[in-house]
Ligand binder design. Structure first.
Ligand code: ADP
Ligand code: MG
Length: 298
């Protein structure tokens, strides 16, 4: 049975970060406990109502891809039974599907984005400059058009509330050094290519996706955080794909459409969302989990 959790509560553990979705705890031996909650954000504001089971679905989608892509790059997951790290008395069923124990890595300070299609901020930048992150693209491309080949379009990780900004590959080199920048770029494109081909066989286009990477004490590179989820990717049903439009977001379409009907200034606190919208959103996450990972809840 899926569980609902808006905020984790693990007394005695060292909470080091409450993100938009994840609560992160430091464990001994350079490890983390990462709990994906059911929080939903829209327009970068966390909404007050949970999407039941969302954190479990996100965790299972990520774990699926971490496993599938382990031949391309190592990932942050550690195989430690949760019972060993959760405080005594914790309701294990609340955390079993949504928490993972990971290596605690030093984040590479860049959002590693791969794009196979021209959409979102990529489309905006292309319209304004003909380029994307300093990469010149052919003229005359349409909105949502497939790019000649997937490209690496890094962006800076913005502080809470700010929007990320696309930067050039050279800016990444300046920030982290050429060797690491090239490793991150190559891993980003390799994972994207592999996953896009996998999803295509299941009728889903991965238009673009964002990865986060980190290094361990020896400098080895791992993919971390979440991977190829509806929150970090644009998934489009292949049978509805066409150029010239902005295909609706796979998961947040109902919530965003609803919020646009309100007189809300898109600043915190976010408004409550009707049960029907919550349920339709939940169903989209379940659909992504089933179509991509072949995992059915219930
Ligand atoms: N293995 C890891 N080591 C260190 N930091 C990590 C690791 N995996 C994920 N993180 C960080 O944990 C946080 C996850 O919380 P999340 O809710 O996704 O935050 P955000 O609102 O910043 O997206 C992010 O800041 C992410 O960079
Ligand atoms: Mg995140």
């Amino acid at each position: 049975m899926p569980t609902t959790l808006l905020q984790s509560n693990l007394p005695g553990l060292d909470l080091i970060h409450r993100g938009k979705v994840r609560d992160v705890y430091a464990l001994s031996d350079d490890r983390l406990l990462i709990v994906a909650t059911d929080r939903l954000s829209a327009f970068d504001v966390v909404l007050p109502d949970p999407i039941p089971g969302k954190g479990e679905m996100l965790t299972q989608i990520s774990n699926f891809w971490f496993d599938k892509t382990a031949h391309i790059i190592p990932n942050h997951l550690l195989e430690v039974p949760l019972g060993e790290v959760l405080p005594a008395g914790t309701d294990l069923s609340l955390y079993a599907g949504r928490a993972v124990v990971t290596r605690r890595l030093k984040p590479v300070p860049v959002e590693a984005i791969a794009r196979g299609y021209l959409i979102g901020s990529g489309w905006k930048d292309y319209q304004a400059t003909g380029k994307l992150c300093g990469i010149a693209l052919p003229p005359g491309l349409k909105q949502a058009q497939q790019l000649p080949e997937p490209i690496f379009t890094p962006s800076t990780k913005a502080a809470v509330g700010d929007h990320d900004e696309n930067v050039s590959f050279d800016a990444v080199v300046d920030a982290v050094g050429r060797e690491l920048a090239e490793k991150v770029r190559d891993a980003t494109l390799a994972i994207y290519r592999w996953a896009a081909a996998y999803a295509a066989e299941r009728g889903i286009i991965i238009a673009d996706t964002k990865f986060e990477f980190g290094t361990d004490a020896s400098g080895k590179l791992y993919v971390m955080d979440e991977m190829l989820t509806p929150d970090s990717s644009r998934f489009w049903p292949a049978d509805e794909y066409r150029t010239g439009i902005s295909p609706p977001s796979y998961d947040k379409q109902f919530v965003r459409d609803y919020l646009e009907t309100l007189d809300w200034n898109k600043k915190a606190p976010g408004p409550h969302v009707p049960g029907e919208i919550i349920e339709r959103t939940r169903a989209k996450y379940a659909e992504a989990l089933e179509r991509l990972a072949g995992i059915r809840l219930d």
